[in-house]
Design a protein around this ligand. Structure first.
Ligand code: ZN
Ligand code: ZN
Ligand code: ZN
Ligand code: ZN
Length: 366
C-alpha cells in the first residue's frame, strides 16, 4: 500500500513548507525576511534593513531621517520588478510594514521548529482521489480505501465496512495477539526457569552421587584393609605355633644330647679305671644306662614340608576382575530414587522441553 499523506494545516506538509519558505525569502539578503518587513507600492516585500541598504546605495548623499540637507525622501527601484519607489521624508521608515508577512514568518518558524506534526492532524488520502480521505475498509481486498473507490473505483464490487468498526475489530485482534504472545513468552520464560532449575538439580544430584561413589570405594578399601589385617594375623598365628612346636623339639633334642654327652663322658672315665674290681662295680650300671640312652625314642621331627607357608597365599585375580567391572547400575538410581526431581513433569505438552535428551532415568527400566 502506498498512500500520499496530506495534512490539514497548510504548514504541515514538508513540500508546501518548502514552497512557503521560497515565498518568504528576501531578494536582497537571500534569507528569510527579518522583521520589520516593509511592503513596496509594487506589492513586493523587503526587510526594512535591506530596503535601507538598497536605498543608501542609490542615494549616497541622503544622510538620515530628519536631515536638513535633503528635503525630499529620495527614491530607489524595487529589486524584484524595477518599479520606482518614492520615499517621503521618513525614508524607508515611511514604508508600510507588512504585518501579514511578519505573522506568517512567526507561524512558519514556530511550525518548523516543532519536531513532529501532531498525528491527530494527519489524514491518509486516497492515491487515486487526492481530495478523498481514506475512510472505509474493503473487506474483500483487506485494505483501507476511500468512498469514491467504492462507488466508482477499484473496489466498486467489493464488500466494505466503516473504518471505525474494522479499526476496533483489528485493534482488539492485535491486542489479543499481543496478550497471547506475552502469555507465550511467560510460558517460554517458565520453561527456561524450569530448565535452569533442572541444571541446578543436575549439579546437586551429581555432587551427591560423587560423594556416595567416593564413600562406596572408601568402604571397599576398608573391607580390603580389614581382610588383609585378618589374614596377616592368621598367618602370624600359624607362624608362632609352628615355631613353638619346632623350638620345643629343639629343646627336647638338646636335653637328650646333653644327657647323652654326660653319659659318654662318665663311660669314658670308667673305661680308664685300671682296677678291675672297681671298674666292675660300676660297669653293669653304665652298660645298662648306655643301652637305655641309645634306645630313647626321640619325640620325632617336623614332617617334610612343615616349614612351608604356601597355604597362606591368596588368590585375588577373580576379585580384581570383579573390581575392574564395578559399574553403575543401569536404569536404577538405588536408594536415592525418591529424591530425584521428576524430569517428565509436563508429559505430553508440546514445547522446548521435548527436545531435552533423555537422561539415564528415561531410557532404562527397573
Ligand atoms: Zn532582506
Ligand atoms: Zn516590485
Ligand atoms: Zn479513492
Ligand atoms: Zn476491494
Amino acid at each position: 500500500m502506498n498512500f500520499t499523506v496530506g495534512f490539514k494545516p497548510l504548514l504541515g506538509d514538508a513540500h508546501s513548507m518548502d514552497n512557503l519558505e521560497k515565498q518568504l525569502i528576501c531578494p536582497i539578503c537571500l534569507e528569510m525576511f527579518s522583521k520589520p518587513v516593509v511592503i513596496l507600492p509594487c506589492q513586493h516585500n523587503l526587510c526594512r534593513k535591506c530596503a535601507n541598504d538598497v536605498f543608501q546605495a542609490s542615494n549616497p548623499l541622503w544622510q538620515s531621517r530628519g536631515s536638513t540637507t535633503v528635503s525630499s525622501g529620495g527614491r530607489f527601484r524595487c529589486p524584484s520588478c524595477r518599479h520606482e519607489v518614492v520615499l517621503d521624508r521618513h525614508g524607508v521608515y515611511g514604508l508600510q510594514r507588512n504585518l501579514l508577512v511578519e505573522n506568517i514568518i512567526d507561524i512558519y518558524k514556530q511550525e518548523s521548529s516543532r519536531p513532529l506534526h501532531s498525528k491527530a492532524e494527519q489524514h491518509l488520502m486516497c492515491e487515486e482521489h487526492e481530495e478523498e480521505k481514506i475512510n472505509i475498509y474493503c473487506l474483500s481486498c483487506e485494505v483501507p480505501t476511500c468512498s469514491l473507490c467504492k462507488v466508482f473505483g477499484a473496489h466498486k464490487d467489493c464488500e466494505v465496512a466503516p473504518l471505525p468498526t474494522i479499526y476496533k475489530r483489528q485493534k482488539s485482534e492485535l491486542s489479543d495477539g499481543i496478550a497471547m504472545l506475552v502469555a507465550g513468552n511467560d510460558r517460554v520464560q517458565a520453561v527456561i526457569t524450569q530448565m535452569e532449575e533442572v541444571c541446578q538439580t543436575i549439579e546437586d544430584n551429581s555432587r551427591r552421587q560423587k560423594q556416595l561413589l567416593t564413600q562406596r570405594f572408601e568402604s571397599l578399601c576398608a573391607v580390603l584393609e580389614e581382610r588383609k589385617a585378618e589374614l596377616l594375623q592368621a598367618l602370624a598365628r600359624e607362624q608362632e605355633q609352628k615355631l613353638q612346636r619346632v623350638r620345643g623339639l629343639i629343646r627336647q633334642y638338646g636335653d637328650h644330647l646333653e644327657a647323652s654327652s654326660k653319659l659318654v663322658e662318665s663311660a669314658i672315665q670308667s673305661m680308664e679305671e685300671p682296677q678291675m674290681a672297681l671298674y666292675l662295680q660300676q660297669a653293669k650300671e653304665l652298660i645298662n644306662k648306655v643301652g637305655t640312652m641309645s634306645k630313647v625314642e626321640l619325640a620325632g621331627r617336623p614332617e617334610p614340608g612343615y616349614e612351608s607357608m604356601d597355604q597362606f597365599s591368596v588368590s585375588v585375580e577373580h576379585v580384581a576382575e570383579m573390581l575392574r567391572t564395578i559399574d553403575f547400575q543401569a536404569g536404577a538410581s538405588g536408594e536415592e530414587e525418591d529424591e530425584e526431581v521428576p524430569l517428565d513433569g509436563e508429559e505430553g505438552s508440546a514445547g522446548p522441553e521435548e527436545e531435552r535428551p533423555d537422561g539415564p532415568e528415561g531410557t532404562g527400566g527397573h
